[in-house]
Design a protein around this ligand. Structure first.
Ligand SMILES: NC(=O)c1ccc[n+]([C@@H]2O[C@H](COP(=O)([O-])OP(=O)(O)OC[C@H]3O[C@@H](n4cnc5c(N)ncnc54)[C@H](O)[C@@H]3O)[C@@H](O)[C@H]2O)c1
Length: 248
């Protein structure tokens, strides 16, 4: 069944590569207009050029001022109407042990992975609230459920925080007709994950009931569902896309 998002304006943060780029592709194929936001503007522009109706925007989600500028720019470019916000940008950190995580690393991962989605939901969620419609989809992680496989404590904490953020915003914005949900991907083959697995894929696949690793498109399809009218009565949920490695 084809989902039609023609006429919708969508923000995808971290859209230059990986899961974000798969979301941009899926959205544009569904007819939506997409603001592809990334700290890496060169990669963002290259990715946006691949798809009809995608435009690249530079933003460092660790920097609240950069987000303010983005909000203003998108308000102008999209006539103040963002229908869907996908908080996807994040740093995957494979810190080996908790002793070695510096305050700087902790702050960076928490700020990008958790404070960024909060600040983006704050400004774009306020616009949605004023308009009385919208959807926010946050990208959490399998790590939030199981304490992480190889990732650091800061990463796991940020992704567990995303679940709280999702449910809190779902309660605050539900009365205004806005759905807020999360997707929790399992081990999904994007560049940082491929680099980390490097030849050890079979080890991980053995623990996955569906006997394969995730592809970015698997996550994008779940995000598409939560962006569509098919999920209008779903809010505050965490949709696991992990091949069954963890069943909530
Ligand atoms: N790949 C997985 O297995 C997996 C599993 C669970 C959750 N996730 C989550 O999915 C999201 C995407 O991960 P991915 O695997 O595609 O990673 P990726 O590294 O391929 O892509 C992340 C994107 O976010 C951008 N980004 C990083 N910091 C930013 C900042 N400060 N401001 C703006 N953009 C920034 C990067 O430039 C990059 O384009 C992340 O939130 C990650 O934690 C991934």
């Amino acid at each position: 069944m084809k989902i039609d998002l023609s006429g919708k304006n969508i923000i995808v943060t971290g859209g230059a590569r990986g899961l974000g780029r798969a979301c941009v592709q899926t959205f544009t194929e569904s007819g939506a207009r997409v603001a592809l936001v990334d700290i890496d503007f060169k990669a963002a522009r290259e990715s946006a050029a691949r798809y009809d109706r995608a435009t690249a925007y530079a933003c460092d989600l660790e920097d609240p001022d950069s987000l303010k500028v983005l909000h203003q720019k998108l308000s102008d470019d999209f006539d103040g109407r963002i229908d869907i916000l996908v908080n996807n940008a994040g740093i995957i950190s494979y810190a080996k042990d908790f002793e070695s995580i510096s305050v700087r690393e902790w702050d960076q991962v928490i700020n990008v992975n958790l404070r960024g989605p909060f600040l983006a939901s704050q400004v774009f969620g306020a616009d949605m609230k004023a308009r009385g419609s919208g959807k926010i989809i946050n990208i959490s992680s399998l790590a939030a459920h199981i304490g992480g496989i190889d990732v650091g404590v800061h990463y796991t904490t940020s992704k567990a925080g995303i679940i709280g953020l999702t449910r809190s915003f779902a309660k605050k914005l539900g009365p205004f007709g806005i759905n807020v949900n999360a997707v929790a991907p399992g081990i999904t083959l994007t560049e940082p994950v491929k680099r980390h697995l490097a030849g050890r894929e079979a080890e991980y696949i053995a623990a996955i009931p569906l006997r394969r690793l995730g592809q970015p498109e698997d996550v994008a399809q779940a995000v598409l569902f939560l962006s569509s009218a098919m999920s209008d009565y779903i809010t505050g949920c965490v949709l696991d896309v992990n091949g069954g490695i963890y069943m909530n």
